[in-house]
Design a protein around this ligand. Sequence first.
Ligand code: ITT
Length: 195
Amino acid sequence: MKILFATNNAHKIAEVSSMLGNGFSLITPREAGVTEEIPETQPTIEGNALQKARYVHERTGLDCFADDTGLEVAALGGAPGVRSARYATEGHDFDANLRLLLHNMEGVTDRRARFRTVIALIWRGEEYTFEGIVEGEITRTPSGAGGFGYDPVFVPEGASCTFAEMTAAEKNAISHRGRAVAALVRFLHEQCGIR
Ligand code: ITT
């Protein structure tokens, strides 16, 4: 079955396509003729996920889903949160965001943080949402070259290295996105009678 993933982020496409399993293949917005940046102007993660899914659904009529993710740092009152992609600049500059986060965490002893993903699905004309959360801590310096975004500074609970030091499969098994995608896949399997 083909399903459209409403994202401009190639890292997310790589992660999610490896988790969807047999029976599903992803279509990108570009393949469906949506080449512009998909707007995300809502004040919440849920709102942005729905906005992205609706935007692409309205233009293609295809079943589709979108992921919105935020890194919520306890000592920063939940920032960068919904602004995670645009924390340092309006552009999606992963390096600048990471540097600003470490700068804002200098001298801070409470390092607790969590990633939260909301996936919004538009399926046969109805809207559904699925959430995935992983708790963890922000390191003092970046380590690892895998993953993307804030992965080099995030150590998930129970692990001894950052997401960027894990293989893709290790990250997906415990990550915010992995958990949200697992819920999405359960739903789609039920809907399609796949065991
Ligand atoms: P789309 O909206 O096109 O899907 P995006 O990069 O703008 O892509 P988000 O709005 O969800 O995605 O932005 C969240 C930002 O948080 C993203 O740009 C990364 O910097 C970061 N992020 C998201 N998922 C992450 C992950 O699994 N690991 C580390 N950082 C992540």
